[in-house]
Design a protein around this ligand. Structure first.
Ligand SMILES: [Zn+2]
Length: 286
């Protein structure tokens, strides 16, 4: 199991913002302190503009360099363009590992799944998972699925992958919740599985199972996972009901598909985040 991270991703923050550096730094500490999982460590790949431009407009690429905030949740931190680019590089490195037959997890920030083709929003600047999915396609994968279990709808990934040949987007998320999308399917390739707030845990699991059925039906040759951990029952940003063992189950279910897969950190804002990530990785690793 390969973990991709870069300590520079902890070098920006805003007072009171839930998407904070400790999400990654405490997880790195926890992963280094454990000995159940054998981990190798790697750094993000470098990222060419043309790879970003498969998913984003040139105007967006330019806008990210500017110094005005994108919205109240999504500040123009100093050097955010470089931070966002390294996070994309984490996803690309994770993809490379998956193609080489090694399960992998990009432990980076900022997250990406709310960033649309032309807009930064919801703590997200570049859409790392969509960029990696399109890179997988360009590199010869025939059928690439993004499986998004973050509690929020990956509206940006949907925006970018809608009707893209050889791509599917499958999302399980709370509805209603931020960003207000994801009630219905879109096009032929974007399948949404909304979960009402405070849905009992076993019902949440049943909806996740249905989403896995849809994933298998697509018959992907590469699975890119938007791994958000904010459907956890104690997460402060949503009303999910999942437990750590459900994240183990998610990882295990992905492993049992026996399809090359990689995962990218999206959300997850509770202090239990390191434990949840470890549970998930344990499931992926088996
Ligand atoms: Zn989220």
């Amino acid at each position: 199991m390969k973990i991709i991270t870069d300590s520079r991703c902890t070098e920006y923050s805003a007072r009171g913002h839930p998407e904070r550096p400790e999400r990654v730094s405490r997880t790195v500490e926890a992963l280094k302190a454990q000995d159940k999982l054998e981990l190798t460590w790697s750094e993000p790949a470098s990222v060419a503009d043309k790879v970003i431009l498969r998913a984003h407009t040139p105007q967006h690429l330019e806008q990210i360099q500017k110094s005005s905030d994108f919205d109240a949740d999504t500040p123009a931190y100093p050097n955010i363009a470089e931070h966002a680019r390294r996070s994309v590089g984490g996803a690309l490195q994770a993809l490379q590992s998956a193609r080489a037959g090694e399960a992998s997890f990009s432990l980076m920030r900022p997250p990406g799944h709310h960033a649309t083709r032309e807009r930064a929003m919801g703590f997200c600047y570049f859409n790392s998972i969509a960029i990696a999915a399109l890179e997988a396609r360009a590199g010869g994968c025939k059928r690439v699925a993004v499986f998004d279990f973050d509690v929020h709808h990956g509206n940006g990934t949907e925006d970018i992958l809608l009707d893209q040949p050889g791509c599917a987007f499958i999302s399980i998320h709370q509805y209603p919740a931020y960003p207000g999308t994801g009630l219905d399917n879109r096009g032929d390739n974007c399948l949404n599985f909304p979960v009402p707030p405070a849905t009992p845990r076993l019902e949440y699991r049943a909806i996740l199972s249905k989403a896995f059925d849809a994933l298998k039906k697509f018959k992907p040759d590469m699975v890119a996972v938007s791994a958000g951990f904010d459907a956890y029952r104690q997460d402060p940003l949503a009303d999910g009901t999942l437990e750590a063992e459900d994240y183990y189950w998610l990882g295990e279910t992905i492993r049992r598909m026996e399809i090359p897969a990689f995962s990218v950190l999206e959300g997850g804002y509770s202090t239990a985040l390191p434990e949840l990530i470890l549970a998930y990785l344990s499931g992926v690793n088996g």
